[in-house]
Design a protein around this ligand. Structure first.
Ligand code: PRP
Length: 178
């Protein structure tokens, strides 16, 4: 089956406004005395994370690190068993960590990943996701900051891909059948 881009679900302006609000909330909750390490989960979340951290106040101690993981599965569904391709550069022991994801779907990836990161003894561990496909949840996962709850439809852009395509779009759009 062939697919093409459909309507915009979230425009670049809507995304930018929400990202700013989320950054303000995170700053308010954490205060300037708290070091914050934002951990982006590659690849999709890189786009969201870089916009999010640039909205954080200048006087906050903000660090950025990335992990690359993939969950074993059949291609469309994740199994929840996460394989690490690229680990964090720095230790998170004693740090206030915010895991940044572009989307939470079944919740399996995040749930496994949080278990793995918790074992490294951070001072705190929070989750910030741009999109929540809540209807598809298979396991409960604690989301501290959520940008938008979206329906169970294929969406691409702003980091999200379909078979490796369309990550670079500025707006988030539906993917529809040709
Ligand atoms: C997406 C997303 C999460 C995961 C969510 O990553 O960034 O890591 O899927 O799915 P789940 O809640 O069902 O576990 P993806 O595997 O598409 O990798 P990518 O960011 O490199 O595109």
């Amino acid at each position: 089956m062939a697919y093409k881009l459909g309507d915009v679900i979230l425009s670049r302006e809507t995304i930018a406004r929400r990202v700013k609000e989320m950054a303000e909330q995170i700053a308010k909750d954490n205060g300037t005395e708290n070091n914050l390490t934002f951990v982006g989960i590659l690849t999709g979340a890189a786009f969201f994370l870089t916009d999010l951290v640039r909205e954080m106040p200048e006087n906050m101690d903000v660090k950025v690190d990335f992990m690359s993981v993939a969950s074993y599965g059949d291609g469309t569904e994740s199994s929840g068993v996460v394989r690490i391709f690229h680990d964090l550069k720095s230790s998170i022991e004693g740090k206030n960590v915010i895991v940044v994801e572009d989307i939470v779907d079944s919740g399996l990836t995040l749930s496994h990943l949080l278990g793995l990161l918790q074992n490294r003894n951070p001072a705190s561990l929070k989750v910030c996701v741009l999109l929540d496909k809540y209807e598809r949840r298979k396991t409960e996962v604690k989301v501290d900051y959520c940008g938008f709850r979206i329906p169970d439809k294929f969406v691409v852009g702003y980091g999200l891909d379909y078979a490796g395509k369309w990550r670079h779009l500025k707006d988030i759009k539906y993917v529809v059948e040709e």
